[in-house]
Ligand binder design. Structure first.
Ligand SMILES: Cc1cc2nc3c(=O)[nH]c(=O)nc-3n(C[C@H](O)[C@H](O)[C@H](O)COP(=O)(O)O)c2cc1C
Length: 219
C-alpha cells in the first residue's frame, strides 16, 4: 500500500506514520524559564545530529492551543537545555512530565524526579537518569505545518558536557545499555526498550570509515 500524507488516505484505523520511523529515542529535555521555573518534557522527535562536536535536536510541535511549547521557548530565551536519557525504569515519570501544564509549574516536581545541578548550564539534570548532556542552544528551524499542532520548532543545541553514571559503565568501558534499558517510542501509544544487542562492522571498512561509525576522532 501507499498513501499521501496530505490526504491521509491510508484507510487504516490508526495513522501509521509514527510507526514507520521506529524505534525513536526519547530526549527528556530539561530547561529553565527566564523566571527560573524548571521545565521537563519528553521529545521523541529527538536525535543526535553529529558527533565531533556533538549536536542534538528536538522538534517541538505547537501545543493543543496552537502555542509554542515551553521547552522550545525556554531553550531559545535562555540559550540552554539538557538532554536526559529516558529509561524503562523512569517511564512513568517520563509520561507524567508530558502533561500540558502552565509554564509556572515545576515539572521535575510534577514528574517526581530529583534535580541535579548542571556544571555549565542553568537547567538542571534529572538525577535518576543515567546519561545527561548539557547543551548550548545553536538555532531553531521552524517548519510550517497543518492544523493547530502541525507547525514545529526544531531546536538544535551543541553538547558541551556529557554525564554518564559510573555504575552503568561495564568493566570493558562501554555504556551498559542492556542494564540501562533506554526507552524508545514506536507508533500509536507503544514503546520499546533495548533488550538485545548484536555487533556488525562495515566490511573492508578503512580506518576513517570505522572511526566515523564508532564516533571516534581521527587526527
Ligand atoms: C514519549 C513522548 C514523546 C513525545 N515526543 C514529542 C515530540 O517529539 N514533540 C512534541 O512536540 N511533543 C512530544 N510529546 C508531547 C510533549 O512532551 C508535551 O506536549 C509536553 O507537554 C511539552 O512540554 P513543554 O511545553 O513543557 O515543552 C511527547 C510525549 C511523550 C509522552
Amino acid at each position: 500500500m501507499y498513501y499521501d500524507p496530505d490526504k491521509n488516505d491510508h484507510g487504516l484505523p490508526h495513522n501509521p506514520f509514527k510507526s514507520c520511523v521506529a524505534p525513536r529515542p526519547i530526549g527528556w529535555i530539561s530547561t529553565i524559564s527566564l523566571e527560573g521555573i524548571h521545565n521537563l518534557a519528553p521529545y521523541s522527535q529527538f536525535q543526535n545530529l553529529t558527533f565531533d562536536p556533538p549536536y542534538v535536536m528536538f522538534a517541538a510541535n505547537q501545543n493543543t492551543r496552537g502555542e509554542r511549547k515551553d521547552s522550545a521557548v525556554n531553550a531559545e530565551q535562555t540559550k540552554e537545555f539538557v538532554y536526559n536519557m529516558a529509561t524503562y525504569d523512569l517511564r512513568e515519570a517520563v509520561n507524567r512530565s508530558a502533561a500540558e501544564v502552565p509554564p509556572e509549574v515545576d515539572e521535575f516536581e510534577l514528574a517526581g524526579v530529583t534535580k541535579a545541578p548542571s556544571v555549565r548550564v542553568k537547567p538542571c539534570r534529572v538525577a535518576e537518569s543515567p546519561v545527561q548532556f548539557e547543551c548550548r542552544y545553536y538555532g531553531t528551524l521552524r517548519l510550517p505545518g497543518n492544523g493547530t499542532m502541525g507547525t514545529v520548532d526544531i531546536i538544535i543545541g551543541r553538547v558541551v558536557l556529557i554525564h554518564i553514571k559510573d555504575d552503568f559503565i561495564t568493566p570493558d568501558g562501554r555504556i551498559d545499555l542492556l542494564r540501562i534499558r533506554p526507552l524508545a517510542r514506536l507508533g500509536y501509544y507503544d514503546y520499546t526498550t533495548v533488550e538485545s544487542i548484536f555487533e556488525m562492522v562495515i566490511p573492508d571498512g578503512n580506518e576513517a570509515l570505522l572511526a566515523g561509525l564508532e564516533g571516534k576522532r581521527l587526527k
